[in-house]
Design a protein around this ligand. Sequence first.
Ligand SMILES: NC(=O)c1ccc[n+]([C@@H]2O[C@H](COP(=O)([O-])OP(=O)(O)OC[C@H]3O[C@@H](n4cnc5c(N)ncnc54)[C@H](OP(=O)(O)O)[C@@H]3O)[C@@H](O)[C@H]2O)c1
Length: 205
Amino acid sequence: MTNITIFGAGNIGSAVAGIAKKAGANVQVIDRNPDKAAAAAEGVAGAKFGEAITGDIVVLALPFPAYDEAIAAYADQLAGKTVVDVANPIDFTTFDLALPEGATSAAEWLAGKLPQSTVVKGFNTTFAATLATGVNDGEPTVVQLAADDEDAKKSVAAFIEAAGLKTVDAGPLKRAQYLEGYGALQIVLGVTEQTPWTGGFKVVK
Ligand SMILES: NC(=O)c1ccc[n+]([C@@H]2O[C@H](COP(=O)([O-])OP(=O)(O)OC[C@H]3O[C@@H](n4cnc5c(N)ncnc54)[C@H](OP(=O)(O)O)[C@@H]3O)[C@@H](O)[C@H]2O)c1
C-alpha cells in the first residue's frame, strides 16, 4: 500500500488528502495544529509539525514562504523520498511570481535545497475545489505533473488516477517554470472574477 504524507491541512492539503484516501493509500497529514491535520480528510492520521514522516511520497501543501521552515525541520527525513511541490509562488500584492534570487521556479529551487530527494511539481494548476470534487466542468480534473525522475512522476500519477482524476506529463522538472506561470495566471483570472474558483483552466484529455 502507498504511504503518503501531506504537509498542510489547508485547501490543497485537505483536497490531496481526500484524493490519497480515495486511492486507498495510508495517509498522514502534518500541520502545526494536529487536530486540524486529523480532520483534513476521513481516515487520515493527523500529526503535529515536528513529528516523524511516515510517507514515501511527501506532498508540501504549504505556502511557498513556509517551505524554508519545512526544509529546516525535515531535510534529513525527506532524503530518498518523492517530494511533491504544489506551490504557486506569488506576490499577492502584484500577482508577479515571487521567487528567491536566481531561482527559475519553486520546484527547481526546492530540488536544489533537497538534493537527496526527488521533486515532482504537481497540483499547482488545479484549484482546490476541482481537486476536492475530482471534477472540472463536468470532466475528471486533470493534474499536470513535471519531474526529472520518471518513476517518481509515475508513482504520483498512480495515486491521483486511482482516485478517478486524470494526469498529464508536462515533462522534466524545468517545465515547472511553465506550470507556475500557468498557475499564476489562473489565480489572476480568479481574483479578478473572470473565472470561478470551482473551475479555472480545464485540460481536456
Ligand atoms: N488553494 C488553491 O486552489 C491552490 C491551487 C494550487 C496550488 N496551491 C498552492 O498550495 C499551497 C497551499 O495553499 P492552500 O490554498 O492550501 O493554503 P491554505 O488553505 O492557507 O493552507 C496552508 C496550510 O499551510 C500551513 N502553514 C502555513 N504556514 C506554515 C508554516 N510556516 N509552517 C508550517 N505550516 C504552515 C497552514 O497551517 P496552519 O493550519 O497551522 O495555519 C495550512 O495548513 C500554496 O503553495 C498554494 O500556492 C493552492
